[in-house]
Design a protein around this ligand. Sequence first.
Ligand SMILES: Cc1cc2nc3c(=O)[nH]c(=O)nc-3n(C[C@H](O)[C@H](O)[C@H](O)COP(=O)(O)OP(=O)(O)OC[C@H]3O[C@@H](n4cnc5c(N)ncnc54)[C@H](O)[C@@H]3O)c2cc1C
Length: 485
Amino acid sequence: MIKERTGAVVVGAGPTGLTLALQLARSSIPVRIVDAATEFFPGSRGKAVQPRVMEIFDDLGVAGRAVTSGRFRTPLYKRFDDGTTAIHDLLEAPREPSAATPYTRALLIPQNRTERLLRDRLGEFGVVVELGAGLSGFRQDRDGVTAVLADGREIAAQYLVGCDGASSAVRKRAGIGFTGTTDNSARWIVADVEIEGLDRDYWHQWIHGPHSMLALCPLPGTPLFQMQVHAPDGVREPLTREVLQGIVDDLDNGEKVRVRAVRWGSTWRSNVRLAERYREGRVFIAGDAAHVHTPAGAQGMNTGIQDAYNLGWKLAHVLAGAPAELLDTYEEERRPAAAAVLGLSDHLIGQGMSSVLPVAGQSAVVTQLSAHYRASSLSLPTDGTPGDRLAAGDRAPANLADHFRGTHVTAVAFGPVSSKVANALAERLPDRVKAVSVPVEEAEVRTAYAVTEDALFLIRPDGHIGARYTEPDEAQAVEYLGRLI
Ligand SMILES: Cc1cc2nc3c(=O)[nH]c(=O)nc-3n(C[C@H](O)[C@H](O)[C@H](O)COP(=O)(O)OP(=O)(O)OC[C@H]3O[C@@H](n4cnc5c(N)ncnc54)[C@H](O)[C@@H]3O)c2cc1C
């Protein structure tokens, strides 16, 4: 018998599912989040949170906690086969943080720690991850969807989102193809290990030896290092201390590095796939359930979090009465973003194992700061803006992040006409729209927004510019907001 009724059921409590549940919960949408596992994921796997996701964490209320648990700077200590060594910053040309871009470096923080921060924050909204609650199937009709759990329980909801990882049961049950390739010719090891004989101030890399590359990265907030290396032939899980010590000993370079214990370990192979669709009726997929690629460039978890951040506000708005067509823009915006990430990670892995290990530099693409939705049907004007000028669909510069924080649309006004329109919108839609008037003397903000005259920007709840008007008109803006709210 169906007992529960909820707005959305989120299947999978990895970083994607947790972010989605958090987006919904803070919009006061009833949400359940279920996971097949009987205990929380213990590994460091995705250990780099990219700058754009740090901005998202700021909005979600977890950035401060992440910063205290992680580390922005860990210099690389490289050893080469000719016996030489080099110590250098991860970034070739580090950019200083600014008001427009407060985060310019990835934060190193173990994935299990990131998940804990998201879970704790979710708990503050009264939502608890339900463990041991694997989805075995679902059925849907025009009015709703019912998740069927392996133990026979059922959860009825308006929407169901599969954030259940690369082997997604939701994707398979929805009949959504997952096209791409799996390279079985090579495997890599990722393991969290206790190490003796290494300085914790460096990300150690040996670019020589029989395994071509070995990396040991200190994991902030833990006594552990994350080990990454090509898996020697025949090595399979579970990874033992003896096997990992053997790999270190193979370097045969006189350094006395001892593997004391293995806390968690796994192997992976290159799997590059993209879901053919992100939606089947009332069922969506997000994160690794929708796209997988190599860890090169440290993009997977970050891309999943961005999926959830995008879908979350749209689901919340539709459940609060916005037109259902808004949900079509999720796939429209996020599938091309994932396709671009697949191309990037393929390109980086093509440069060799070394790109898998560091955060592969910190270009605007890798940091995800340049990810945009210019081609989206939600971006006005749709003709875009030529060149580098800030356009609808772009991430809004963070100068006004204090005003964006929350689940509302922000109407940012740069002059008297737009201020009048912004205030009228906020009055018309209290709690849903907030108005901000930027004074003329705020030159830095004007520069960041590339504004010289009066202009109105409507900033979406996910911090992207929805609409940009140079001749603001209340009726036009109201019509636009009617598609979002
Ligand atoms: C070596 C390595 C290094 C990486 N480094 C980075 C990095 O630095 N940065 C980065 O961004 N990414 C990195 N990644 C990728 C990152 O780990 C993944 O992209 C990320 O975990 C995906 O998150 P997710 O929530 O979508 O899926 P997952 O983390 O896979 O979570 C899925 C959840 O769904 C649950 N589940 C599965 N089936 C069911 C079911 N039937 N019912 C209910 N629950 C179910 C699982 O138990 C799990 O908790 C790395 C990956 C590897 C292997």
